[in-house]
Design a protein around this ligand. Structure first.
Ligand SMILES: [Zn+2]
Length: 201
């Protein structure tokens, strides 16, 4: 006996006693995880559920699909959520829109979460615009200088047009994000304040 998941309404629960499908349940548990260093604020189930639904709505608008697809709040790429892919840059993670404020969260890719670090979402937007304009030599972990520059330029374009799909830049961001491999396959990013190494040339 199955019933629709109370969070995504896309998948079904594994038994009548359960409220959530296995994917949403895993995500809720991931949100509650404070990471090994315990510097993160845990995200409550109710806040995580809102984040999942928002991500689902965003992906419906962008990709016109009825499947359970989750889109990154910042880069708009479809996120992978299978545990076996948790080492990848396009793996789903929860981001506190405002660091350590547990009342609001969004879903985004590991790599954008990592670049955002301790910035608020407003600071992050400003950072992405300024850093691209500064045009310094920078490298995102796992990418070379050219790819890093492509990544940041594409991210800036997507973030500047929150309302309209930007297929070319989103597919470039997806390709680059999935290429990034973290060494340790953790559940969630343990905050590494900034993954973007600045370097003057
Ligand atoms: Zn679900």
């Amino acid at each position: 006996m199955h019933k629709p998941c109370s969070v995504c309404s896309v998948k079904v629960t594994s038994s009548l006693r359960k409220r959530r499908c296995s994917t949403c349940q895993c995500l809720i548990e991931q949100a509650a995880n404070r990471g090994t260093s315990l510097v993160r604020t845990a995200i409550q189930a109710s806040v995580a559920e809102v984040a999942i639904r928002e991500s689902l709505l965003l992906s419906r608008r962008l990709y016109d699909t009825a499947d359970l697809t989750l889109a990154c709040h910042y880069s708009h790429i479809p996120l992978v959520f299978e545990k076996s892919l948790s080492h990848r840059g396009d793996y789903v993670s929860f981001d506190h829109a405002i660091p350590n404020d547990a009342s609001r969260a969004v879903l985004c890719s590991r790599i954008t979460n990592d670049i955002k670090g301790w910035m608020t979402d407003i600071e992050f937007r400003a950072f992405i615009v300024n850093i691209v304009e500064a045009d310094a030599r920078r490298r995102i972990h796992g990418l070379n200088y050219v790819e890093t520059s492509e990544f940041l330029n594409a991210l800036r374009s997507v973030m500047n047009k929150p309302g309209s799909p930007d297929k070319t830049n989103v597919s470039r961001l997806k390709a680059l994000s999935s290429k990034i491999h973290y060494r340790k396959a953790t559940n969630l990013i343990d905050v590494q304040p900034n993954h973007l190494d600045g370097q003057s040339s």
